[in-house]
Design a protein around this ligand. Structure first.
Ligand SMILES: [Zn+2]
Length: 415
C-alpha cells in the first residue's frame, strides 16, 4: 500500500519540492497527446499526480464509499483491454489551440494507446472520454415513422423504429488559466472561488498554482452522433445539432411543466433525418440539471411560481428562479462550445434551439450557425405555456415572437 493510504497518515495538502521538475508536465494545447502529457488524477500514487481533484467527477464520492466499505481496493488500476473507441474522432486543429478547448481533455479517449508504456509501468492514467455504439428505441421516433415524418433506411433508422448511433461520454477536465480567461476573471480569483464554494474540498486550488488542471466533481457531457461519423472531418458535411441541458423531470419522466423532452425528441428526430440523408446529426446532453442549480432548487421554484399571487405567470418566470437561487441561470454556456470544437466543427447548418445564450456562446467562439430551428407549437406540453411565453418575452429565438395567450400555468391543487 502506498504512503497516502496508511490508515494513520492523512495528507491534507501537497507541496512540490522547491525547484523540482514535474515528472509528468502538462503542456495544454501541445500538438500531440504525448507532448501535451497525460492527465494523472490518481489518489494512490501522489508523486505522479499532475492535476487537482480526481477521476470520475462526482462519482469519486461513490468510489470512496466502495473503498470505505471494503468493496474496492484503493490501489486497483482499471483494465482497459478492448475499451478503445468504437469510432474515430479527431484529432482536429481545435485540439491544439490552448484557448479553444479548456473544459475537457481532447485526447481523453486515446490515453490507452498514447500512454501504453506508462500505464504498463503502473502509472494510473485513465480515459476521461469513452466512445461506443448503441441503438436508441424511443416511442416518439416510432410515432414519427408511423406518421411518415421519418422513413426507415435500414442503416441508420431501422424498420422497428430504432436508431443507430455513436455515443460519447465526456468527463470534465478544466484547464484553469483557460477557464478564467473564458469567464473574464483572473486565475487567482477563480481558484479562490472554487476553493471557498466547495468549502475547502480542494486545498490545492490555492496551495498549488503549479497545477493548472482541475478535475471538477460535476456531471459530464454525453454526445449522440447520427449518421456516418467518418464524415465529421469533411467541412462540406451538413451538420444538424441540438445542445440539450439535463431536465430529469421532463427528459425521463415526461413532466409537462416544460418543453425539455419534446425539444430533445425533436432534436433526435431532426438529427436522425440529417444522418440518414448524408449529413450528420449531433445531440449534446449536458448534466446541468435545473439550469445547473439542481433539482431541489428547481422544485422549490415550481412551488414559488405556482403559489405566487395571481398564479404561475410568464412575466415573473425568471424572477421566481432568482428569488430562490440568487441567479436566474447557472449553466454559463461559455464552456459549452468546447465539445463542438472537440468534434472539429466550424459550422452548424441547423441548430435545434431557441436559446440565445447557446447561440451567442457558439458564434462568439467562431462557430457559424446557419439556421435556427425553434420547437413547433404543437409539441409544447399543457403546462409549459408559461415557460415558452417567458422565454419568448425574454428574447429567445422564435419564428413567432409574440407571447402566447396561455401564460398562466396549472395551480398546485389541479395536479
Ligand atoms: Zn425541463
Amino acid at each position: 500500500m502506498s504512503q497516502s493510504n496508511r490508515p494513520d497518515h492523512i495528507r491534507l495538502t501537497s507541496h512540490p519540492v522547491p525547484g523540482a521538475k514535474h515528472e509528468y508536465p502538462i503542456a495544454w494545447g501541445a500538438p500531440t497527446a504525448r507532448e501535451r502529457g497525460p492527465i494523472i488524477g490518481t489518489v494512490s500514487r501522489p508523486q505522479d499526480r499532475n492535476v487537482i481533484g480526481t477521476h470520475g467527477g462526482s462519482y469519486a464520492v461513490y468510489r470512496a464509499l466502495a473503498v470505505s466499505s471494503g468493496a474496492l481496493d484503493p490501489i486497483r488500476r482499471p483494465d482497459l483491454t478492448n475499451t478503445f473507441p468504437a469510432a474515430t474522432i479527431g484529432p482536429f486543429d481545435q485540439w491544439i489551440d490552448p484557448q479553444r478547448i479548456v473544459a475537457l481533455d481532447p485526447w481523453g479517449h486515446l490515453v490507452a494507446e498514447n500512454f501504453r508504456t506508462e500505464i504498463s509501468e503502473g502509472v494510473d492514467i485513465r480515459p476521461s472520454i469513452a466512445i461506443t455504439r448503441a441503438r436508441l428505441d424511443l416511442p416518439e421516433i416510432q410515432a414519427a415513422l408511423a406518421a411518415k415524418r421519418l422513413v426507415a433506411d435500414g442503416e441508420f433508422v431501422h424498420a422497428s423504429g430504432s436508431v443507430s448511433v455513436v455515443k460519447v461520454a465526456i468527463d470534465p477536465v478544466w484547464y484553469l488559466p483557460g477557464i478564467a480567461h473564458r469567464f473574464g476573471t483572473s486565475e487567482t480569483n477563480l481558484r479562490r472561488a472554487l476553493f471557498e464554494q466547495t468549502a475547502g474540498m480542494f486545498p490545492e486550488l490555492v496551495t498549488r498554482p503549479d497545477l493548472q488542471v482541475f478535475l471538477p466533481p460535476i456531471g459530464g457531457t454525453t454526445v449522440y452522433l447520427f449518421g456516418d461519423v467518418t464524415k465529421l472531418p469533411d467541412h462540406r458535411t451538413k451538420i444538424t445539432c441540438r445542445v440539450h441541458d439535463e431536465c430529469n423531470g421532463s427528459d425521463v419522466f415526461g413532466s409537462d411543466i416544460c418543453t425539455c423532452r419534446p425539444y430533445l425528441i425533436q432534436g433526435i428526430e431532426e438529427c436522425a433525418r440529417a444522418g440518414q440523408t448524408g449529413g450528420l446529426g449531433i445531440v449534446v446532453y449536458n448534466r446541468k440539471e435545473g439550469r445547473a442549480l439542481g433539482e431541489v432548487t428547481k422544485f422549490l421554484v415550481y412551488n414559488a411560481r405556482k403559489r405566487q399571487e395571481g398564479g404561475d405567470d410568464a412575466a415573473l418566470y425568471f424572477e421566481r428562479t432568482e428569488c430562490v437561487a440568487g441567479v436566474q441561470d447557472a449553466r454559463f454556456q461559455q464552456l459549452m462550445p468546447d465539445v463542438i470544437h472537440w468534434l472539429g466543427l466550424k459550422r452548424i447548418d441547423r441548430f435545434i434551439s431557441m436559446s440565445d445564450m447557446k447561440h451567442d456562446a457558439l458564434t462568439s467562439q467562431g462557430v457559424e450557425i446557419v439556421e435556427r430551428v425553434p420547437i413547433p407549437d404543437h409539441m409544447i406540453p399543457a403546462d409549459a405555456g408559461v415557460e415558452m411565453a417567458a422565454k419568448k418575452a425574454a428574447g429567445y429565438f422564435s419564428l413567432d415572437p409574440k407571447p402566447s395567450e396561455c401564460t398562466v400555468g396549472r395551480p398546485l391543487e389541479k395536479y
